[in-house]
Design a protein around this ligand. Structure first.
Ligand SMILES: [Zn+2]
Length: 262
């Protein structure tokens, strides 16, 4: 009888040990998969025409970036952050999309703000958390899922973490979207996506360098606006938008915004 009990206990312990090993192995696999997925970046850029070529007025870069966590109803037909108008909402003023508020914790929010301010620290631009009284600012909306883009054809946009207007030059009073609910308000991914989309609104293309905020390549460490001439491209190299062969995201932002120490 006693031998039978000991044998049953030993069997149970062995089974429990096997289950633990299997659970640990699958968790490790999951970790690997998620790291791989984090490199599988996808966003949407909406190409805008260059009206200043016709009007002669050069684009005026915004020196204030307002990060909106309250959500907003955006109307289409052009960009004007001060009036909640966004090219991303549609072609006409009758088009609209509703972006819900940020749902992450305060500590996540603080971590994202710290990361973003560090990303833009070299440049003469201010990141604010309340809507400015000023009439010149870019607005970055934190919230929601790409499925709120209900008028888009196909399904590829449903994997996008962000969206920005782009024409290779700064877009005045641009509105940019960061789908933070889709990323479960991950501080790192939210910061990286926001920096990337803001970069587009200041004219930057995709850079073929895994450390650059503008990259589509797999994650290889903390990102920054890399101060190096790098090719443009997503999964492979290509010419940059506008025809030039290389892009230096750090220097290009300095040209647009100026240096913070000036
Ligand atoms: Zn992009």
């Amino acid at each position: 009888m006693r031998t039978a009990i000991i044998s049953a206990v030993v069997t149970l312990l062995v089974v429990a040990l096997i289950i633990l090993v299997l659970v640990f192995a699958s968790a490790r696999k999951g970790e690997k998969r998620s790291v791989k997925r984090s490199g599988d970046f996808l966003d949407i850029t909406v190409r805008l025409p260059l009206p200043w070529l016709f009007s002669g007025a050069k684009p005026k870069p915004n020196k204030i970036i307002y990060i909106n966590r309250e959500g907003a109803m955006l109307r289409g037909g052009g960009d004007d952050a001060t009036n909640n108008r966004a090219t991303l909402a549609g072609k006409s003023i009758g088009d609209s999309i509703s972006v819900p508020a940020w749902r992450g914790s305060y500590s996540r929010w603080a971590a994202v703000m710290k990361c973003l301010r560090k990303a833009f620290a070299p440049f003469d631009v201010e990141i604010v958390e309340r809507r400015p009284v000023d009439s010149n600012y870019m607005m970055v909306l934190f919230g929601g899922h790409p499925k709120l883009l209900k008028n888009r054809v196909g399904k590829s946009h449903l994997r996008a973490t962000g969206m920005a207007p782009h024409n290779g030059l700064p877009i005045h009073n641009a509105v940019v979207l960061v789908f933070t609910r889709f990323m479960k308000e991950s501080a790192r991914r939210t910061c990286e996506t926001a920096a990337h989309e803001i970069g587009h609104a200041y004219g930057l293309d995709h850079g073929y360098h895994c450390r650059d905020f503008m990259t589509y390549l797999g994650w290889c460490g903390t990102k920054r606006f890399v101060n190096k001439e790098i090719p443009c491209g997503e999964k492979k190299k290509r010419k940059c938008y506008g025809g030039s062969g290389l892009q230096n995201s750090h220097q290009d932002l300095l040209k647009v915004l100026g240096s913070r120490t000036q």
